[in-house]
Design a protein around this ligand. Structure first.
Ligand code: MN3
Length: 199
């Protein structure tokens, strides 16, 4: 199959002032689009050409000879997932069953926030911070570069891109400010709750 760049689930300026139109133009229109283009080129004529994105990722994960395919396929998946995890007017503590699950597995929402920010802050260089479901328990993880929970038998519920291209135009080197804004103003908890319910 030919992989497509999915449209953003909101307008380019929808996340302003927290994430600018300019950041989304580059991040979605250049970076995410570039991974889609590269992936399609790499898969052309191979036996992976007919596979779904998830099937490609699982098939090449851990295969050093196919790291280029893994990196581009995973980055296509990661960015599509990241966009869905944000919305205008999002952020703050969730409600309902998700709030109860967070309290049960982390102790409190504040403890979740602390762990999630720590994962993003301690990911040296490029990568992602995640809320995942692992064996029925919520956990915080971080991955380097393109790596993702699907390659580790975990179910992703939420991700935060901590590559510099995600925040540099708006926050320069202040990754902690971007992370605080992501949690306080942008997280789409409806998306996270739906992922948890479907897991
Ligand atoms: Mn990115």
């Amino acid at each position: 199959m030919t992989h497509q760049l999915p449209a953003l689930p909101y307008a380019l300026e929808a996340l302003e002032p927290h994430i600018s139109r300019q950041t989304l133009e580059f991040h979605h229109g250049k970076h995410h689009a570039g991974y889609v283009t590269n992936l399609n080129k790499m898969l052309e004529g191979t036996d992976l050409e007919t596979k779904s994105l998830e099937e490609v990722i699982v098939a090449v994960a851990g295969d050093a000879g196919k790291a280029g395919i893994f990196n581009n396929a995973a980055q296509v998946w990661n960015h599509t997932f990241y966009w869905q995890g944000m919305k205008a007017g999002g952020g703050g503590a969730p409600a309902g069953a998700l709030a109860e699950k967070i309290a049960a597995d982390f102790g409190s929402y504040a403890a979740f926030v602390e762990q999630f920010k720590a994962a993003g802050a301690t990911q040296f260089g490029s990568g992602w911070a995640w809320l995942v479901l692992d064996g029925g328990t919520l956990k915080i993880t971080k991955t380097a570069n393109a790596d993702l929970p699907l390659a580790h038998g975990q179910t992703a519920l939420l991700t935060m891109d901590v590559w510099e291209h995600a925040y540099y135009l708006d926050y320069q080197n202040r990754r902690p400010d971007y992370m605080t804004t992501f949690l306080d103003k942008l997280v789409n908890w409806d998306f996270v709750a739906a992922n948890l319910a479907a897991a």
